[in-house]
Design a protein around this ligand. Sequence first.
Ligand code: PLP
Length: 396
Amino acid sequence: MDDWKTQTKAVHVGERDFEAAGATVPPIYQAASYAAGTEQPFSAEDLGEKPPFTYSRWNNPTVVMLEEKLAAMDGGEAAVCFASGMAAITGMFFQMLQPGDHLVCTNVCYPGVLEFLHDFGPRIGVDVTRVDASHPEEVAAAIRPETRLVFIETPANPILRLADITAIAEIAHQGGALLAVDNTFGSPIATRPLSLGADLTVYSLTKYHGGHGDALGGVVIGQAAVVESIRRAISIHLGPSMAPMNAWLISRGLATLPLRMEAHQRAAMTAASFLENDSRVKQVTYPGLPSHPQHELARRQMDNFSGMITFRVDDPREMARQFDDRFQIIHYAVSLGHHKTLCYYVDTADMNRTTFHLEGEHLDRYKAFAGDGVFRLSVGIEDGEDLIRDLDQALG
Ligand SMILES: Cc1ncc(COP(=O)(O)O)c(C=O)c1O
């Protein structure tokens, strides 16, 4: 399996044990408990390294199949799945950080993460320093003796700013901390953070992995000892385990992830080039365009530029209403990474008030990407020319 190419891993890893009835497709083990024999412990504290299936909050065959695929795709030793991306990320924080520890966290990422840290950091006694992760020297300056973890997201939601994983991994390790990367916007087809020096990769599987907008999920991938400690403390004891049906849906999506990412990138490049050359559009940000301020880093760190674009127009609130009214193919909706193209307006003042709380130079740097607000376009796998026609008529 180790020498299989990515596309083969996406289709086959983890499926070897499911041949009992001769089915060529893995079953959904929709079971809460298993006849594990009389020798099994009643407490999860006594579980060995490879415990038999006992109870589905601990482990479930369909979820394990997905975990094996995900670990193989990212080049990690192990993976633990959760009911959502937020459950994976917050579970990782709960397990990796103790009262008195310090976290260095990017100041721009999926809003739920920063909102969680704002509320829960003080409650769990963890001090959080927010930095602009596109400036590695800010990460270095923030590290303290009690820093346990550095958390970044690249490309960052919602403005598509990048962070240099290799540089930040080195800084974190020099300071005795681990690096965790939210790679949701890129997927493992674009970037494999573990191979660039990161210790943990987290994903919302709801996005590109699942790819069809029909199942929530999340995962933490990394060294087996760390991942299994997260499973024990968080998945088993807090209980945000993934449901088997979702694991099956996301596994099915994963089989076509490499193919879909090619289609996302192709259509996104077509749409981004159209928007960049249209006088109704003020600014376009796409890592695949030479105009992206970090295009060189994108070329170094991303094998696929993904399907996420942002763009700005005059009077965006009116344009949002117009888009909602006029789009024929594109859905005016949140989320991303689906086969269908989605578009949503993200207002800078609103986001800063509720979530980012940026000031001074940090706010200026955010606005260099987003101005007063951006439309976030998650380009699906439709034909790029059809998307251009829909954008063209909707822009009016
Ligand atoms: C980059 C990123 N990380 C994490 C999440 C949270 O994932 P979920 O919605 O599956 O909980 C999201 C959701 O949009 C996201 O965009």
